[in-house]
Design a binder for this molecule. Structure first.
Ligand SMILES: NC(=O)c1ccc[n+]([C@@H]2O[C@H](COP(=O)([O-])OP(=O)(O)OC[C@H]3O[C@@H](n4cnc5c(N)ncnc54)[C@H](OP(=O)(O)O)[C@@H]3O)[C@@H](O)[C@H]2O)c1
Length: 372
């Protein structure tokens, strides 16, 4: 067979190939240009009325990032606090910035250095501080902050869990190192965080008591609580003693009383403060250590007097831990607790609902299906 093509046939073929390449490049440019802005909820100025719907530029991705098309995002009390500027001394967000700490979605682009993820992967994440922004159509996230979403969960369910699941893991498994047979008190067991901490402490083999409204007793027992104290009728501090760990998400008097139910050497973890010196280190602001020491002086003194320990805790992003947690969701040790969903356009209403502090689990905002 003659493998040498006549020259005009070869030239014609080349022209065809070049034409196709030109078309492809044009199509790529067109599709890139088509999406240069996106819908997002942006903090324009700190304060209660500072969050607005806006059109913002699509995120750009760095070599370590993945671009995620957000399918669902969940609301956390932290969103309200960041919007109000309560963290502005520690977390230097520059307005305007997109809000939102939790999300799940589909990878649409990967940075040059990313090997573990590909376009089309379904992922979930709590992006690290200063790179938040899940209340948007797209977000660029450092690939070490994400994990494949749990197979058994929907996008809405997956978006509901990263922040609370990471917080539960880091507080109960990493910080408190809860062991089988230990006694753990979880405050506000019906809330987004409490409902996850109950399940995780139970999974680690602890005996779990929780405070919740009487109406939620069945629900928190179903999650694994051995003992439920109706906070509207009884004082937990008069009923409980000899606890190894307390997780407090209410603060103030509740924290002070929590110290008294611990056995000697027991640990009270507060997720709402007062912050301690370790927190200043964690957020990279060592100069604020003396302020934090001062802020937590009273509770630390009280803990010392009782022979117990106090630790403030603030969760951090961690994709590796999200992998471990995905396995726990898929294995049935953990399950998401959702209260309700809102359409993305109603994110302000969703946040207002969470602000009332009466959520029975997580509130999730759902994106419309992507345009084709
Ligand atoms: N530091 C961290 O890393 C971290 C991480 C996650 C969360 N947090 C903080 O933890 C707090 C809770 O977060 P969340 O996501 O769980 O909020 P959430 O979903 O809004 O839940 C709040 C829950 O608190 C319950 N509650 C209110 N007063 C109570 C009381 N006196 N005793 C027992 N339960 C009571 C509410 O139940 P009722 O409807 O019965 O009142 C509701 O179920 C927030 O302040 C948040 O910022 C901190």
């Amino acid at each position: 067979m003659n493998l040498v093509l006549p020259i005009h046939v070869a030239a014609g073929g080349l022209a065809l190939v070049l034409g196709a390449v030109a078309l492809l490049v044009k199509a790529q440019k067109t599709s890139h240009n088509r999406r240069s802005v996106m819908k997002a909820f942006v903090v324009e100025k700190y304060g209660k009325s500072g969050l607005r719907a806006a059109q913002v530029p699509d995120p750009t991705i760095g070599p370590r990032d993945v671009l995620v098309r957000v399918s669902a995002a969940s609301i956390n009390p932290l969103d309200k606090m960041v919007r109000n500027g309560e963290f502005k001394l520690l977390l230097k967000y520059k307005t305007p910035f997109v809000l939102g700490h939790d999300g799940a979605g589909v990878v649409t682009r990967v940075g040059a250095d990313v090997r573990d993820y590909k376009v089309g992967d379904e992922v979930y994440a709590r992006p690290r501080d200063l790179r938040i922004g899940t209340f948007a159509e797209y977000i660029a996230i450092d690939h070490v902050d994400i994990a494949l979403k749990p197979n058994s969960l929907t996008m809405e369910e997956s978006a509901a869990v990263p922040l609370v699941a990471l917080a539960a893991w880091q507080a109960v498994a990493d910080l408190a190192r809860v062991k089988p047979g230990q006694k753990v008190l979880v405050h506000a067991g019906a809330g987004g965080l409490g409902s996850t901490v109950i399940q995780l402490a139970k999974h680690l083999g602890a005996y779990v008591a929780t405070t919740a409204h009487g109406n939620d007793e069945e629900k928190v027992r179903d999650l694994g609580a051995n003992e439920v104290i109706d906070y509207t009728k009884a004082d937990f501090a008069e009923l409980l003693s000899g606890y190894d760990v307390v997780l407090d998400s209410l603060g103030g008097d509740n924290l002070a009383k929590s110290l008294t139910v611990l056995k000697p050497g027991g640990l009270a973890i507060s997720v709402v403060g007062p912050p301690d010196a370790a927190f200043a280190e964690q957020v990279g602001r060592p100069l604020l250590k003396p302020v934090m020491v001062l802020m937590s002086r009273k509770v630390r003194a009280q803990a010392r007097k009782l022979g117990v320990r106090y630790s403030f805790f603030f969760m951090r992003a961690d994709g590796e831990q999200l992998k471990t947690l995905a396995a726990l969701y898929d294995g049935g040790a953990l399950r998401p607790v959702l209260d309700r969903t809102f359409p993305f356009d109603e994110t302000l209403d969703a946040l207002a609902f969470v602000e009332q502090g009466r959520a029975k689990g997580k509130i999730v905002v759902v994106m419309p299906l992507p345009r084709t």
